[in-house]
Write a protein that binds this ligand. Structure first.
Ligand code: GLU
Length: 355
């Protein structure tokens, strides 16, 4: 994907008032402290991450999709949306870019809501593959050729995501696509649209994903026609979002499935909880373990340069910056989220001591 050498390391110390730790980790963001206090702490953390990493030039655009290769690397935006509906921004928060792999989260949420968590586990799989995002080898290695069990994928890397797309209900490709786009739009709180240039660009270079679909079909782990499934999968990767959209979408999961801005119940609390668990296993491809170790938040990135991390019950943090590390994750995105999470003291593994 890219020759970029980058790996996330632990940050050495907290640097914003320790009050932020208490403010955001103990109970609801807005309820324990007066609004001006938490507002200034979160905005301060966002501004600090923005200015600190603004000049970072590590990483490279995804080169295997010609549209993404041409992305302007200077765009950089950060948005935090809380479950109370407060929004904090810095930089190019409203700049549109292709969602790419992050769409897998919302397709998974749709399929899980309709067909249930057991179907996802039994027909797709939920284990980390530990292999690159587009690995066909993962299918070969993880598939028991005699029993067909466990299923070979994880819904957040290509093979499993393609299997997930094949489970979307609908009489036609258009019906399935309209359903997925409607659902993603509900997560974002406004209508999202297909970026036709991205779709055309990806369809022209889609042989590898088609090969994955055909391989899955040969193992009876694809549940619809391979060509139609790849068309649907490619459309889901090709709608545009902004960092603000991603933060609202993530905050909807943080809020048990109810969009904190529109108050629409897009999905249910159990689906949100399980989708977040899958994000923790494979949201950052083959560096998901390092991410969880260093940041401790479920997250999902895409080769378009977006990344969103979720603090259950509290907020989502989203970043756009197109240069990627070797695994396919936004370099500045990872750095900025790590910095904000650390400043706010949010980590799902953090032990809350009762006084
Ligand atoms: N459309 C891209 C692909 O299938 C998505 C990859 C990603 O963002 O991980 O290769």
């Amino acid at each position: 994907m890219t020759k970029a050498k980058f790996s996330l390391k632990p940050l050495s110390k907290f640097s914003i008032a320790s009050c932020a730790v208490i403010c955001v980790t103990q109970g609801a963001v807005a309820r324990d402290f007066s609004p001006p206090t938490y507002v200034s702490i979160i905005q301060q953390a966002v501004d600090r991450a923005y200015s600190h990493y603004k000049t970072v030039t590590d990483g490279e655009n995804a080169s295997y999709i010609s549209y993404l290769a041409k992305a302007n690397t200077k765009f950089y935006g950060i948005v935090v949306v809380t479950t109370d509906g407060a929004i904090f921004k810095a930089g190019d928060a409203d700049y549109p870019f292709p969602i790419e792999s992050i769409a897998k989260v919302f397709t998974l949420a749709h399929v899980m809501k309709i067909q249930g968590p057991k179907t996802v586990q039994n027909k797709i799989g939920v284990n980390a593959t530990g292999l690159p995002f587009n690995s066909a080898l993962a299918i070969e290695l993880n598939h028991d050729k005699l029993t067909g069990s466990p299923p070979p994928g994880n819904p957040l890397v290509n093979a499993g995501a393609i299997a997930t797309a094949s489970l979307v209900d609908g009489k036609s490709l258009e019906e399935k696509w309209n359903m997925l786009l409607r659902e993603a739009s509900a997560f974002a709180g406004h209508p999202l649209t297909l970026n036709k240039d991205v779709y055309d660009s990806e369809m022209a270079d889609n042989q590898h994903n088609l090969a994955i679909a055909v391989l899955l079909k040969s193992y009876k782990s694809l549940y619809a026609d391979p060509t139609e499934t790849i068309d649907l999968y490619t459309r889901e990767c090709s709608y545009d979002v902004t960092a603000k959209d991603l933060a609202v979408m993530g905050a909807t999961l943080a809020n048990g499935g109810t969009n904190p801005l529109t108050h629409q119940a897009v999905t249910d609390a159990e689906t949100s909880m399980r989708v977040l668990a899958v994000m923790a296993t494979a949201g950052l491809y083959n560096t998901s373990g390092e991410w969880l170790y260093n940041v401790g938040l479920p997250a999902k990135s895409g080769v378009g340069g977006g990344i969103v991390a979720v603090v259950p019950g509290k907020m989502a943090i989203a970043v756009y910056s197109s240069p990627l590390d070797a695994a396919g994750n936004s370099v500045r995105g990872q750095l900025a989220i790590q910095s904000i999470a650390q400043d706010l003291g949010v980590n799902i593994f953090k032990i809350q001591m009762q006084k």
